[in-house]
Design a binder for this molecule. Structure first.
Ligand code: Q46
Length: 299
């Protein structure tokens, strides 16, 4: 297999693009893919202050690296969830800190156990709730808080095409309209002065992000979070991989087709509550928001 551009030995085949590339041209191609998503969905500009949600995994570190190389002003946020199994949280924090030092960018670190006296799994156990649900509410709160206090224009996440397509399949199968309304690569600020949310690696696959990290020598956490999404989500991924194998490009067509028609789902969705949490003052449908209720916060 030869690189389509220089005819040197290719290191990766990209059948969905009818392409094979050598290391140098693949590296360049990844930067272009991210730039294309940023431009096409009008995510942000070189003047924007960007907060990268960093987990220590390949997708978020690849994203931070690519944005930095493209000349964007991107800082990181790592949230330590206090997951002790496999030393998961400590190791991923260490890798995130090492990477931030390597690129010379600021990493904000939030430690849930230090702030609340309890880790995410312990909180979930004490509230008899699913760990990922407690984790989701808590991460969202701290991402928003950091973006608001740091005057960031946009929060970016490392979601890749495989994740988004699998989530889309699952949400479509069960017609989860509320989720279907929220799967766009870019969500503008809900009101003036608030930040946007964007997924610049939406045109890149899991495999491409992995190869990018290997080529750039980026050390990322290889373990999965011990609470990571179970068999169902993996099944959607597996089904889509089988389809992709026989019809290269189907995954991208599936997701981008949905993005084109996403307004169909938005019609049912009410975007913004007009009241605020009486404890933390963030927009909330209830007197006390889900985060303050979860962590039993008082005025
Ligand atoms: S980190 Fe948190 Fe995920 Fe781990 S506990 Fe679940 S939600 S799986 S992205």
């Amino acid at each position: 297999m030869k690189c389509r551009i220089c005819r040197e030995k290719a290191i990766i085949g990209l059948p969905q693009h009818n392409l094979a590339l050598c290391a140098d041209h693949f590296d360049n191609w990844m930067l272009k893919r991210a730039a294309k998503a940023i431009d096409e969905f009008k995510m942000f500009t070189k003047d924007s202050k960007i907060l990268v949600a960093v987990s220590g995994g390949k997708d978020s570190l690849a994203l931070w690296d690519i944005l930095t190389r493209l000349g964007y002003n991107a800082h990181g946020l790592y949230i330590n969830l206090g997951i002790e199994e496999n030393d998961y949280s400590n190791e991923s924090e260490e890798l995130s800190r090492t990477f931030a030092n390597r690129i010379g960018k600021k990493l904000y670190v939030v430690n849930v156990k230090e702030i609340h006296g309890m880790s995410i799994p312990d909180k979930a156990y004490s509230k008899k709730r699913k760990t990922c649900s407690v984790c989701g509410v808590t991460k969202r709160y701290y991402m928003n808080k950091t973006a608001r206090e740091g005057n960031f224009d946009v929060i970016v996440t490392g979601h890749n095409l495989d994740d988004q397509a699998a989530a889309l399949l699952g949400n479509l199968l069960y017609w989860k309209f509320d989720y279907l309304a929220k799967g766009a690569p870019y969500s503008p600020p809900l009101w003036k002065g608030e930040f946007a949310k964007a997924k610049p690696l939406i045109l890149c696959t899991e495999k491409e992000n992995t190869v990018y990290c290997l080529l750039q020598g980026i050390d990322y956490i290889q373990k999965e979070c011990p609470y990571s999404e179970g068999a169902t989500f993996l099944r959607w991924k597996h089904i889509l991989n089988e389809i992709e194998e026989n019809s290269p490009g189907a995954k991208q067509a599936f997701y981008l087709g949905y993005v084109k028609y996403i307004d169909i789902f938005k019609a049912r969705n009410i975007d913004m509550p007009d009241s605020r949490c009486e404890i933390c003052d963030t927009p909330s449908w209830n007197e006390v928001c889900s985060f303050c209720a979860l962590w039993d916060l008082n005025k």
